[in-house]
Ligand binder design. Structure first.
Ligand code: NDP
Length: 259
């Protein structure tokens, strides 16, 4: 299938590693130029160079914190610098670990800014660029935890649920401007974030810990790869998914326990 993405510009936050890097690589493989962002300058620069070398596309790194207004503006400016965005994937994020009784207000606000306000600010700024180019697509990377919480991370669950709702509200507004918005809710995807958690909890035995997690939660009994998720995301953002508007799609190996 030709995804009709050659020459398009895709902006992916959190594109230096894990799911975001997988999505950026999958766009580049289809001939799209990418703007990838992360806070760690060396890592995002290295990732962009590797994508440009491997796929022969333009790959622009932006080192900024998406949980701030200035960090988002730097990304909007970078996208404008290569002709404007056609596609935006709001991906940067991370898990949490707390109880409601003990977590301070600041922690709630930090995750709100990272998971929700980044998507608000970037979709607002990038929509003008997409409209000027005749339309576009946006994808919110929420989580299965937006609808099926894990007990140890109430702040993560709550802010991802807010992102899911934001995507729905945004969709109704944006489709009038020719921009499709959808949300993806991944289950267990093997990324550096999960591997670091496993190492912290189990040391040398971290691989068997990941298998235990998969056995407990996912009907398919394994983690997904970033490539498996990325292919789905890239299709959803492509013109070939032109009738998919305002929906949430689970990519979770059977982890969701409801219909
Ligand atoms: P990783 O930790 O592997 O990667 C996270 C990426 O986001 C990195 O590039 C990181 O770079 C960047 N990032 C984190 N905070 C910020 C910030 N404040 N500003 C800019 N960039 C930031 O995570 P995953 O790939 O596992 O997760 C990606 C997304 O997918 C997250 O939103 C996560 O909630 C979601 N998800 C993941 C699942 C999984 O099983 N892995 C399941 C469901 C959802 P840097 O640290 O340098 O800023």
């Amino acid at each position: 299938m030709d995804l009709q993405l050659t020459g398009k510009v895709a902006v992916i936050t959190g594109g230096s590693k894990g799911i975001g890097l997988g999505i950026a690589r999958a766009f580049a493989r289809e001939g799209a130029h990418v703007v990838i962002t992360a806070r760690t300058e060396a890592a995002v620069t290295r990732a962009a160079q590797a994508i440009a070398d491997e796929f022969g596309v333009t790959a622009v790194p932006v080192a900024s914190d998406v949980s701030t207004a200035e960090g988002c503006q730097a990304i909007i400016d970078a996208a404008a610098g290569i002709g404007g965005a056609d596609i935006f994937v709001s991906n940067a994020g991370t898990g949490s670990n707390e109880t409601v009784a003990e977590a301070p207000d600041d922690k709630w606000m930090d995750f709100w800014n990272l998971h929700v306000m980044a998507a608000v600010r970037l979709s607002r700024g990038l929509a003008d660029q997409m409209e000027a180019k005749g339309g576009g697509a946006m994808l919110m990377n929420a989580s299965i935890c937006a609808v099926q919480p894990l007990w140890y991370e109430p702040i993560y669950n709550t802010t991802k649920a807010a992102l899911l709702m934001f995507g729905k509200c945004l969709s109704t507004e944006m489709i009038k401007r020719g921009i499709r918005v959808n949300t993806v809710n991944p289950g267990l995807i093997r990324t550096p974030d999960w591997e670091n958690t496993a190492r912290e909890l189990k040391g040398d035995d971290w691989q068997s810990y990941l298998q235990e997690v998969a056995d407990e939660h996912a009907d398919i009994k394994r983690f997904g790869t970033t490539e498996e998720l990325a292919d789905f995301c890239v299709f959803l953002c492509s013109p070939r998914a032109s009738y998919s508007v305002g929906s949430a799609y689970h990519v979770d190996g059977g982890m969701l326990k409801t219909v």
